[in-house]
Design a protein around this ligand. Structure first.
Ligand code: UP5
Ligand code: MG
Length: 337
């Protein structure tokens, strides 16, 4: 039982403190005068609503700057301290581990939601960024051509003579397919078997990672981009290509080479059914990428029907011309300074 005095005191103090607060906070907290008489303290209590029930008269508004006189405060018996009610734990609360109360769990959920929101926003800006990861000091050459045209064969030569790092998109995908625990293994396998183009985000992530791991600034990106969305995304977010080296080869020649290689390669797509599908994808989806760069005067064509040596001598001449021109420009710039 509360004495009338303590109840009144509590009402007055509650009015002092509760007045500026909103209704919700006022019902959660009440205030009580302390023995030293000059201070007011707030503590969580459920007494205030009870007192208001006993005496329905309006709580007088008191100027909050006026201190409670020490004597009066001393005379007033301290109201019985009520233990704060414990939140139910375990099964009855939101908390799964039973160690904390409902409110804490709500806070935790809010913090987690906020973090998830932040991570989502960061990813959105990263994925849609306009800035390329690798700048103008990088030389990226896209090596394109139909299946079996000889892209891989010629890239191996260019690596030896010009210090390029060779990144074959197909090889990276096959490696990812083999990687233990890869969530994309099965998907990649199905796409390759069907001669379809694996979703751009997977291939681009593999290429970007491989470029970042390498210390080189010269890359031959073999068999990529082979779809317009890949081309645009890579150019916008990873690196701009210098030019496209396009190996031109008739289907009949490519078919013969692939069937021959299929006897020993172990590749799931070196069989007649997959090869036919690859040819269709090349014509319908990949060749438009070559045309897209052609409109920008960025395609260098090399016929691939000759022997590997002959094809390489023509290819080498293109790169020699490129690097000679770059060297010349550098020297001219140095002479100016
Ligand atoms: N050979 C080479 N040159 C010769 C010559 N001049 N004369 C006689 N023989 C020659 O050569 C093929 C064979 O021909 C070899 O046996 C070689 O000795 C001989 P190679 O250099 O391997 O040709 P290449 O053009 O590299 O053929 P490859 O089969 O690798 O081309 P694909 O473009 O089909 O394969 P890739 O590995 O790039 O892609 C495979 C699949 O991955 C795609 O179909 C697709 O499903 C998927 N993929 C994507 O989804 N996204 C991508 O961005 C990339 C790939
Ligand atoms: Mg290849």
């Amino acid at each position: 039982m509360l004495s009338t005095t303590s109840c009144l005191l509590k009402k007055t103090a509650a009015a002092n403190v509760a007045a500026p607060l909103n209704a919700k906070l006022a019902s959660t907290f009440s205030a009580s005068a302390l023995i030293n008489g000059s201070k007011l303290s707030i503590r969580p209590l459920s007494l205030t609503p009870l007192c208001l029930e006993e005496n329905k008269t309006e709580i007088p508004k008191v100027d909050t700057t006026v201190d409670v006189p020490p004597k009066e405060a001393e005379a007033a018996p301290e109201p019985p301290k009520e233990e704060p009610k414990e939140e139910p734990k375990g099964e009855n609360s939101n908390c799964k581990n039973g160690k904390c109360g409902k409110e804490f769990c709500t806070c935790k959920a809010i913090v987690m939601l906020a973090l998830a929101g932040l991570a989502g926003t960061a990813y959105y800006y990263y994925a849609n960024r306009d800035q390329q990861t690798f700048g103008d000091d990088y030389t990226v050459v896209y090596v394109l051509g139909g299946p079996g045209a000889g892209k891989g064969t010629q890239c191996a030569n260019l690596v030896k003579d010009f210090g390029f790092v060779h990144l074959s998109a197909g090889d990276l995908l096959r490696e990812e397919r083999r990687r233990e625990g890869s969530q994309y293994g099965e998907l990649i396998n199905n796409y390759i078997k069907e001669g379809k183009i694996v979703p751009a985000k997977i291939t681009i992530a593999l290429l970007e990672n491989a470029m970042a791991k390498s210390k080189s600034k010269r890359f031959l990106i073999d068999g990529f981009p082979r779809k317009m969305d890949q081309a645009k995304k890579f150019e916008k977010t990873v690196c701009k290509g210098k030019f496209v080296l396009f190996f031109d080869c008739p289907e009949s020649v490519m078919l013969e080479r692939l069937l021959k290689r299929g006897k020993t390669s172990g590749r799931v797509d070196d069989n007649i059914e997959s090869i036919k599908k690859r040819f269709v994808t090349f014509k319908e989806t990949s060749y438009p990428v070559v045309e897209y760069f052609d409109k920008q005067n960025k395609v260098k064509r090399v016929s691939c029907v000759n022997t590997p040596q002959k094809v390489y001598s023509e290819t080498k001449a293109i790169f020699k011309e490129l690097f000679d021109a770059e060297e010349k420009a550098k020297k001219a710039a140095a002479a100016k300074n």
